[in-house]
Design a binder for this molecule. Structure first.
Ligand SMILES: Cc1ncc(COP(=O)(O)O)c(C=O)c1O
Length: 431
């Protein structure tokens, strides 16, 4: 696959830093090497020396002075070498990427960091990108700043609709595809498992249909999958990475939802040429993720092994599934007749539609907050946030059953009041 056509002018002008040339000596330095290159501080002068971290199950991770020194030092830009070995093993076990020999991995400061840098790598002003409707709101801050044209494609319970994607692209091709050939269709963004905000898991059939369309129309797929382990089913559909026979998928994983959000560790997997470009951007900005965070995640793999890690994520998933069930029964009890929803198949969110409310924003931010509940209005999850929206996102990830019950009871009151207000306004208008 030829990737230059996908790169932005930013990425095309970005050159590998000379510091990168020193990297190969850092990865496995000879003990005899007298290191006069680079600006490494002497870690023996740092105030920290060693630490022991107790895990919830009583096990301990001990960072002795040697490991502590590594944790406090600059590390390789692509990430801790030992951790990368675990990530490689995990990825091959779960996704068996068909083009593994042409694939590279890179640790990022959470999945968000990898995606933001990918957007910069790919998008020139006016390029076309495909996003689901609704879409994870967090991508818009960086992506919209790059001024793309959004092709927004609605989801149903199986994820983005392949028939609508096809008709959108047919129309796009007819209207602009040929005339503005310098503006390219670059990628589709997808959050296929336990989608934020809709809670859908994209079915295998949908994934295969969409992958085939990506090959036909020649665009990349950015697979943002932080809720991969939070799918509430045993048999998981194949990831886009595992379907990728042409090298058009960049996959973003994250430990935020399973190990710790504050450690800020995620990783990108994808075609070497593209991952190398992201790595150059990392060199220019953070110069690599936190070494301490990466050492901790690595030590966790070391302590638990792959099987222990997979057992842990199952337990996390089961807990969220129980919370999902509690949220659903509270919704059933209090919101029936006021809201519509689908059962979330993964993730942390219930996507509610209030069909009798014209726009939920003022209702949530004014009356909702005054009564001590806060939900996210749905308009932030669309490419047209200025338009009124009847959707809202409720998270069930942290509330106790009692709090969930109370929250939806209050939400029902707030919605009833809003309906009353709308009716009163209408009556005044009619008079
Ligand atoms: C769909 C989605 N992608 C990415 C992120 C960012 O995750 P991270 O903490 O790995 O940066 C989030 C966080 O909520 C998310 O919901």
């Amino acid at each position: 696959m030829e990737y230059t056509k996908f790169l932005s002018t930013n990425a095309l002008s970005r050159k590998s830093s000379w510091i990168t040339q020193l990297r190969r000596y850092m990865i496995d330095p000879s003990p005899d090497l007298l290191w006069l290159a680079g600006g490494h501080p002497d870690s023996s002068l740092f105030p920290f020396t060693e630490t022991t971290i107790t895990l919830k199950n009583g096990q301990e991770i001990h960072l002795d002075p040697k490991l502590m020194a590594t944790s406090l030092q600059y590390g390789p830009v692509e990430g801790n070498t030992e951790l990368l070995k675990h990530l490689s093993e995990l990825t091959q076990k779960l996704h068996s990427p068909p083009l593994w020999s042409q694939t590279q991995q890179l640790v990022t400061v959470g999945g968000q960091d990898g995606m933001a840098k990918t957007f910069v790598m790919l998008v020139n002003s006016g390029d076309y990108v495909i996003v689901p409707e609704p879409c994870y709101a967090g991508i818009f801050s960086e992506l919209t700043a790059l001024n793309p044209h959004y092709l927004s494609v609605e989801e149903d319970e199986e994820g983005m609709r392949a028939d609508l994607l096809r008709s959108t692209l047919e129309q796009w091709k007819e209207e602009v595809g040929e005339t503005h050939s310098e503006k390219r269709l670059k990628f589709m963004y997808t959050n296929p498992s336990g989608s934020n905000p809709s809670g859908t898991n994209m079915s295998e059939k949908r994934r295969r249909e969409i992958y085939a369309i990506a090959c036909e129309y020649d665009f990349l797929i950015l697979e943002d999958d932080p809720y991969y382990f939070l799918q509430f089913q045993e048999d998981l559909p194949p990831s886009f990475l595992s379907l990728d026979t042409e090298g058009r998928v960049l996959r973003f994983d994250s430990f935020s939802k399973t190990v710790s959000a504050g450690l800020r560790v995620g990783y990108v997997t994808g075609p070497k040429v593209l991952v190398e470009k992201i790595s150059q951007h990392i060199m220019a900005t953070v110069m690599g993720g936190s070494s301490l965070s990466q050492v901790l995640v690595n030590e966790l793999f070391h302590k638990w092994g792959m099987e222990g890690f997979l057992q842990h994520v199952k337990e996390v998933r089961d807990m969220y599934r129980r919370r999902r069930d509690i949220a659903l029964s509270a919704a059933e009890k209090h919101l029936t007749g006021l809201c519509e929803w689908h059962e979330p198949r993964g993730g942390m969110f219930l996507w509610l539609k209030a069909p009798k409310i014209k726009d939920v924003q003022a209702m949530l931010f004014e009356r909702g907050v005054a009564k001590n509940i806060l939900l996210v209005p749905g308009n932030g999850f669309t490419t047209r946030p200025e338009l009124p929206c009847q959707y809202m996102r409720a998270s069930y990830s942290t509330l106790t059953p009692e709090q969930m019950e109370k929250a939806f009871k209050i939400l029902a009151e707030v919605i009833r009041e809003e309906i009353q207000l709308q009716n009163d306004k209408q009556t005044t208008k009619d008079c």
